[in-house]
Design a protein around this ligand. Structure first.
Ligand SMILES: [Zn+2]
Length: 143
């Protein structure tokens, strides 16, 4: 077997194992999408950008399926959803502690390492509630 084919096969096996560990049945579409999302370094995608990417890779998947799969991956803890505004939601393959700069015009998120930012003065939540997480999106523009 050629080296490239062997490594692609290994990646598929890894992806399948990763989905199973997260409690997701490794359907063909999930494996294809997870392959695009997790084979590379950390990335921020939207349902639309990932749909474009998988379509260009020659795989036929509807935008609704991409959208649903991203939410399933998020529920399973494989992705973190970053809601920038009501109309725009990004999915982050880095689920670790970090925040974001958001370049509005380009629609681009840039990571801020978790230790580089501190949030002070978060008020006590109403009785019976605890703060689960604080998401910070710092909106930036080119000077
Ligand atoms: Zn990020």
């Amino acid at each position: 077997m050629a080296k490239a084919a062997r490594s692609a096969k290994n990646l598929t096996a890894q992806t399948t194992a990763r989905l199973r560990q997260s409690g997701l049945r490794p359907t063909r579409q999930r494996v294809e999408l997870a392959g695009l999302l997790f084979d590379d370094c950390d990335r921020h995608v939207t349902a639309e950008s990932l749909h474009d990417e998988i379509t260009k890779a020659g795989v036929k998947v509807s935008l609704a399926t991409v959208y649903n799969t991203l939410h399933q991956f998020t529920q399973a803890g494989l992705l973190r959803q970053v809601i920038v505004d009501a109309a725009r939601s990004y999915f982050d393959t880095n689920t670790g502690d970090h925040q974001h700069f958001f370049l509005e015009k380009e629609g681009m998120l840039i990571d801020i390492p978790g230790e580089a930012i501190s949030v002070a003065g978060v008020p006590n939540p109403p009785p019976g509630l605890t703060v689960d997480r604080v998401d910070v999106v710092v909106r930036v523009k080119r000077a």
